[in-house]
Design a protein around this ligand. Structure first.
Ligand SMILES: O=C(O)C(=O)C[C@]1(C(=O)O)C=C[C@@H](O)C=C1
Length: 364
């Protein structure tokens, strides 16, 4: 054995022994999760037992990042633990997560980032269908985009919150990198480009500079655009990394988004209320008539009770005349006394208030 081979053997023996310990501990952890499931079923009932607990998962992941001493980066260890909890949850109960399909969309990437790879992700044709699937209980959870750093609020999603009675039980942020994809990059002849309207908007300047005269074909999702480009050699699609492998496309140009730090925030939909995790956000919808001081009277209680707003968006309420709907995100959980006071005051002053949910702030 050479000196190098000897040195490697010593280290690989150490790795084998550590792997054995990790393996044993992983199965021990999994057994604990199975027992947790039994306790939940015993005390909450077979039908009503809540297996997925976003507040607990957020606490576990935050603790992992806090205690991490490296050399593994915080986010990477958290990602590993994310997957460990994902398999443990699947042992307790396999989760069905609806997302805007087909396969290969950023929303699917968001679903995998949030729930890990052991959840069963179910593609839906439209955003409405994602909401409907969760409301009907056909999917346990749904993942929908809510805002993009370049393009602002996903207004269609906001409007759906008004129509459906669902709760938000989580949020996450995903960096969005768009690529120009073609079936064969050897001889690209691009007559049309497929993409979701939002993605065209996020790549507007790049497209004007490089493909000013090519037809833009709007599709329901980038996954669908990638699928069409894979069937039509005279077209291209704007989509993310997941679509490249899935639809066997070539990357003609990488990262064509106009803002390099382009990112999208997604929300997790459910029928479930989430307990406090220690670092939470709450989202509400409010309607107010167009009268002097209406917005001031809605926002003043937040200031008085020392609660920070993280997002406010106005939409027409859709009831005729000039009435408005406000979507507001703020720090804190609906169980906290200061938040309860604000909600009580708003309820007595606004025309309509809908609590969309309190949920842990994004960890990953
Ligand atoms: O603590 C729980 O309630 C569990 O079910 C265990 C566990 C875990 O693996 O740590 C699994 C799923 C839940 O979403 C949260 C945590």
């Amino acid at each position: 054995m050479t000196e190098q081979e000897q040195a490697l053997k010593v280290l690989r023996d150490q790795i084998d022994s550590i792997d054995q310990q990790i393996h044993r501990l992983l199965n021990e952890r999994a057994k604990c999760a199975q027992q947790v499931a039994e306790v939940k079923q015993k005390y909450q009932g077979e039908q009503d037992a809540v297996f997925y607990r976003p507040e607990r998962e957020a606490q576990v992941l935050r603790r992992v990042m806090e205690r991490n001493e490296g050399p593994l980066p915080d986010k990477e260890v958290a990602r590993l633990f994310r997957e460990i909890m994902s398999v443990c949850l699947a042992l307790e109960k396999p989760m069905r997560v609806a997302f805007l399909g087909p396969e290969g969309t950023f929303t699917q990437q968001a679903a995998l980032k949030h729930f890990g790879h052991s959840a069963d992700s179910a593609p839906m044709n439209t955003l409405d269908q994602v909401f409907r699937e969760v409301e009907a209980g056909a999917a346990h959870y749904g993942v929908v985009p809510i805002e993009n750093s370049t393009e602002g609020m996903a207004t269609h999603t906001l409007d759906l919150f008004k129509r459906f009675n669902l709760r938000i039980c989580g949020e996450l942020e995903l960096p969005i990198h768009h690529h120009l994809l073609v079936k064969d990059s050897a001889e690209p002849v691009i007559k049309r480009i497929y993409a979701h309207q939002e993605s065209f908007a996020q790549c507007r300047s790049w497209l004007e500079a490089h493909y000013p005269d090519v037809e833009h074909c709007f599709v329901n999702s980038n996954g669908e655009g990638a699928k069409r480009a894979s069937e039509d050699p005279q077209s291209a699609a704007i989509a993310g990394e997941m679509a490249v492998e899935l639809y066997q496309l070539d990357v003609l140009e990488r990262n064509i988004e106009d803002q390099p730090d382009n990112s999208t925030r997604f929300l997790i939909l459910s029928n479930q209320e989430v307990g406090p995790s220690g670092d939470d956000k709450t989202s509400i919808l409010m309607c107010a008539r167009d009268k002097p001081g209406a917005l001031y009277s809605l926002l003043e209680p937040f200031h008085r009770h020392g609660i920070s707003l993280t997002r406010i968006e106005t939409r027409p309420a859709g009831q005729g005349g000039w009435s408005y709907m406000f979507y507001i995100d703020f720090e804190g959980h609906a169980d906290e006394p200061a938040v309860q006071k604000v909600l009580e005051e708003l309820e007595s002053s606004s025309v309509e208030l809908k609590l969309l949910g309190s949920y842990p702030k994004a960890v990953l």
